[in-house]
Write a protein that binds this ligand. Sequence first.
Ligand SMILES: Nc1ncnc2c1ncn2[C@@H]1O[C@H](COP(=O)(O)OP(=O)(O)O)[C@@H](O)[C@H]1O
Ligand SMILES: [Mg+2]
Length: 337
Amino acid sequence: MSRVIAIFNQKGGVGKTTTAMNMSGYFAILGKKTLLIDFDPQYNTTIGLGVIHEPSETIYHALLAGQQIDRVIKRTYLARLDVAPASQDLAGALIELIEVDDRELVLKKFIDTVRDQYDFIVIDLGPSVNLLTVNGLMAADEVVIPVQCEYYSLEGIQQLLDTVNLIKENLGHPLKISGALLTMYDKRERLSRDIAREIRKRFPYKVYDVEIPRSVALAESPRFQKPIMLYAPQSPGAVAYEELAKEIIRGDENQKEYVIPPKRDVFETISSHPYVEKSYEYEYGTYVPAVHVKKEEVKKEITNEEVPTDTKAPLVLMIHEEGNFKDFFDSLSPENK
Ligand SMILES: Nc1ncnc2c1ncn2[C@@H]1O[C@H](COP(=O)(O)OP(=O)(O)O)[C@@H](O)[C@H]1O
Ligand SMILES: [Mg+2]
């Protein structure tokens, strides 16, 4: 049974494309027939792997311009690794898709026609949440979330989990969060270590054991249009991506169970959170994002309004995440704050 994995984080520059290319490359090396779909209008995967194609042979053309599927799927230098390239035309799909029936399922329908030919299908998504991202997530069985080991990464996590939950609840797709991947990890930097430790402790799903180190070779290899194993196979980044591929192939025996905390605890944690300063109304309750404005508003929100009894889990999940970051911020030394 093949697995379709979307690489998702709405933040740019966190290592999605680097992960998509190199993880897919190691799947292939480890004997798994793999299709990597570039689903980002910035088409960095296509450039980084040096995929040669006619202008009309991209994923966009297969989905929306009637191009034959086998014209769009390209072999690479690696045995068992195929790529469906993208170009800037994919940006146009955003508008065209609006007119299409089942517009969230266009990529899924494409994948369904080739799925039985592959062990893994990896989708590299762009840095946004739009109809393309929704197509990517609806087509996937699972998501891998690269998280850069830097301060601002934490802010995006709740939004990301929220998007996955919307896909699950509103669109009824049983998408699994396979795990978070710590990227650009620098073990010599205290902040990098602190963030890695905190994400390991707090992220409500699996965090892969392997950490992807910050590595010049990983940043350089796209310039030579090669995945890391063809450019610097002995480099620490290569070793780490091989480990990741093995971890993902092995599957999820160690999947952590996520337990929804009692609401009272959750709200007490928020109200004492020094970094929660503003609350927003959200469609299924009160949504408290990370930073900004004043703490008093949150207190008012909590005392004046009962939490609706029909509140769904995502609300709790997001706030739970917020509350937990208090410990994280507290654990940072003053000069890091
Ligand atoms: N582990 C790493 N070490 C060093 N540079 C990296 C690493 N991972 C990614 N990069 C570089 O960081 C930039 C952003 O990475 P990329 O994979 O393109 O992120 P995204 O697809 O999330 O936007 C790229 O220039 C890439 O080469
Ligand atoms: Mg990218």
